[in-house]
Design a binder for this molecule. Structure first.
Ligand code: UD1
Ligand code: CA
Length: 519
């Protein structure tokens, strides 16, 4: 299906998925810094989770996936990720996101300085490392490639030894503070736990994101000790050491605190997710999408929307979902990897891995499971479940039913309450229904079964045998009425009294009820 995707996306400066292989021999030559080092060895105990912190998700992907996408966007010559906590699980996740990333194990020496040191050693063991090295964190998910580019440009244009990304916060508690000299130049970073009460008054904080000259960084890290309040090798100590050695140390102050905010617990994660969503929804509105209620609309960064799409309240769009022009989605709809065609209308629907054709309508209260393909101008109506079903152009499944492992031809009308009995308890079987078929209410298709073009079924038909084109399939026994049954068998009941009254009005009472029982 040709998705009409706007010329720009909310995350235009962040590739949706890193492209493994693009940086191997023969691929395009990287133009960016010598290396990016992403720190991801920390335990993240405050998440209180069996899932490692950086694997927690927002906006449809893990925190570390966001961090890698921002880093990869810089087109570094090499990218290293430092791991330790839940090493195997984290390493596997990272390899799945970015096969070209170098995974580096931190040893038992703690601290951000040690983490960077082991990364530099591993990179230098591959080949000499010269030029700019950028350091970022795996748990800072809103950081953009754009801001990293600004940091690197500033660093390289000014010929700095170190350029640190900083922000001015109302509450700087817990952060490393930026200490400046009388001239306002950055002199050092003091960790909160090591700071004096005067230093704690400083509101400019270290984001933990830096550009370094590779050689300055390697030399300084050799001189960093663990002589501090936490007994860790602090990366932050590199700034003062570089300055003492005569290097220029500078700060890039960002106004956008969200881009440097990390998630340490689930409260912060939710706040970052809400902000990510707010930015995504706003960007789509600016790109021509009507969003009735941004607060109850959640859109993953990977979703694509066309101009003049309308999203109604309480709608969640996930994964590779694509909504084409003039389509209306919601209210109360959750779509994951669903393509919605131009002008289609989808309300109160839960859908996964489905395609909805142009002009089609779905809902309310409809469950589209994987492999549902609804043709142009088709309909899947109220209280319907579909799975692995190809529904032809203009075909209608209007109310109450299940169609699975089936094919329904063009222009066919499936009556109320029809189901495909696709499962015999062991195997799944296919139902194939032709074009312009009309099925009456409560038809059951016992698969495998085929219904020819233009065929009809009678109400309540249980279709066990193939129906030829143009035939009417009837499978019900003729109806018998056991006259007077209620008065004979349920004497004195409200039903019997009502029956007697009704019969008195139309005709004299019947002589005697038959003894036959209706079944
Ligand atoms: C660090 C900075 C602090 C800054 C803050 C911003 C240091 C010494 N301090 O403090 O100045 O204001 O970040 O959030 O750098 N990590 C490792 N290996 C380690 C320790 C940490 O890879 O041994 C990783 C963590 O996974 C995390 C990042 O480094 O992604 C920061 O670690 P964290 O312990 O959160 O640092 P802070 O003490 O908050
Ligand atoms: Ca932190």
């Amino acid at each position: 299906m040709n998705a009409e995707i706007p010329g720009h996306s909310p995350e235009a400066d962040r590739p949706e998925s890193p492209q493994p292989g693009a940086h191997t021999a023969g691929g395009p030559v990287a133009q960016g810094p010598a290396a990016v080092v992403v720190l991801a060895a920390g335990a993240g105990t405050r998440m209180k989770s069996r899932t490692p912190k950086i694997l927690h998700e927002l906006g449809g992907r893990s925190m570390v996936a966001h961090a890698l996408a921002a880093a990869r966007g810089l087109e570094p010559q090499r990218l290293a990720v430092v791991v330790r906590h839940e090493r195997d699980r984290v390493a596997e996740h990272i390899a799945g996101l970015d096969a070209a990333a170098l995974i580096v194990d931190q040893d038992e020496i703690p601290g951000t300085g040690r983490a960077v040191e082991v990364a530099l050693d591993a990179l230098a063991a591959q080949s000499a490392l010269e030029g700019t090295v950028v350091v970022t964190y795996g748990d800072v998910p809103l950081l953009s490639t754009g801001l990293l580019r600004e940091l690197v440009a500033r660093h390289e244009d000014e010929g700095n030894a170190v350029t640190v990304l900083t922000a001015v916060l109302d509450d700087a508690h817990g952060y490393g503070r930026i200490l400046r000299d009388e001239d306002g130049a950055v002199a050092a970073i003091r960790e909160h736990k090591d700071a004096t009460s005067d230093e704690r008054e400083v509101r400019e904080v270290n984001s933990g994101i830096y550009a370094f000259d590779a050689r300055v960084l390697a030399d300084a890290l050799r001189r960093v000790t663990t002589d501090n309040a936490q007994g860790e090798k602090y990366l932050t100590d590199v700034l003062a050491i570089a300055r003492e050695a005569g290097g220029r140390v500078a700060a890039l102050v960002t106004e956008d605190r969200w881009q440097v905010e990390g998630a340490n617990d689930r409260v912060q994660l939710q706040a970052l997710a809400a902000e990510h969503n707010r930015r995504t929804v706003e960007a789509w509105m600016r790109a021509g999408v009507t969003v009735i209620d941004p607060a109850s609309t959640w859109i993953d960064g990977t979703v694509r929307l066309a101009e003049d799409v309308t999203i109604k309240p309480n709608t969640q769009l996930h994964g590779q979902t694509v909504i084409e022009r003039d389509a209306v989605v919601g209210p109360d709809t959750t779509l994951t990897d669903v393509v919605v065609g131009e002008g289609a209308n989808v309300r109160r629907t839960d859908g996964t891995k489905a395609q909805i054709g142009p002009g089609a309508t779905v809902g309310p209260f409809t469950y589209l499971r994987a492999g549902t393909v609804l043709g142009a101008d088709g309909k899947i109506g109220a209280f319907y479940e579909t799975k692995n079903a190809q529904i032809g152009r203009g075909a209608k499944l209007s109310h109450l039913g299940y169609v699975g492992d089936a094919e329904v031809g063009e222009g066919t009308n499936i009556g109320c309450g029809n189901i495909t009995a696709n499962y015999d308890g062991v195997n799944k079987h296919r139902t194939v229904i032709g074009a312009h078929v009309r099925t009456a209410s409560n038809t059951v298709f016992v698969a495998p079964v085929t219904v020819g073009d233009g065929a009809y079924t009678g109400a309540g038909a249980v279709v066990r045998k193939d129906v030829p084109a143009g035939a009417l399939a009837l499978s019900v026994a003729p109806q018998r009425n056991a006259e007077g049954w209620t008065e004979a068998r349920r004497p004195g009941s409200p039903s019997a009294l009502a029956a007697a009254a009704a019969r008195a009005e139309v005709s004299p009472p019947a002589s005697s009820p038959t003894t036959e029982e209706g079944k």
